[in-house]
Design a protein around this ligand. Sequence first.
Ligand SMILES: [Fe+2]
Ligand SMILES: [Fe+2]
Length: 160
Amino acid sequence: MERANPESLRADLAHGHSRIIWLMDELDAHLEGLASDPTGAEFIVEAFQAYWTQFSDDLREHIREEEQDLFPLVRLHATDSDLSGLQGLQDEHARLIGDLDAFDVIADSFFAAPKGQNVSLVAKLQNLMESIRVHLVEHSRNERRFLRDVETRIADTCLT
Ligand SMILES: [Fe+2]
Ligand SMILES: [Fe+2]
């Protein structure tokens, strides 16, 4: 097997979700602004749209990298119990992608609706954002625990 680059593998295993969480906080703040003044300033809508695009792109890319680069490496050294843990993480990824797709549908309607006629969509977006947050926090916790558990074994076999 080709030897892994120790520093990049360690960085992958220790990866965090802090930027994604920060973008989610910005989205919540902008949604709250839109909820309190739904017909308000266009710049809030524009900023919200920019943050949403960044958040959705970053989370999809993060998941894609884990599925394509990190998880195959873990699978090479996995025990049966690791494999079931890994499947659980992949199921959580699929749920998050489903959340992003659902948000995209409502967000598209929100951005397309004439000003003042998109008020009811803000509450829907807030509910969807809350659901994304719950799923992402749960996934972060599970993924961190899983990677911490397998790190020593993988490090022993590929990082020396
Ligand atoms: Fe992750
Ligand atoms: Fe993940």
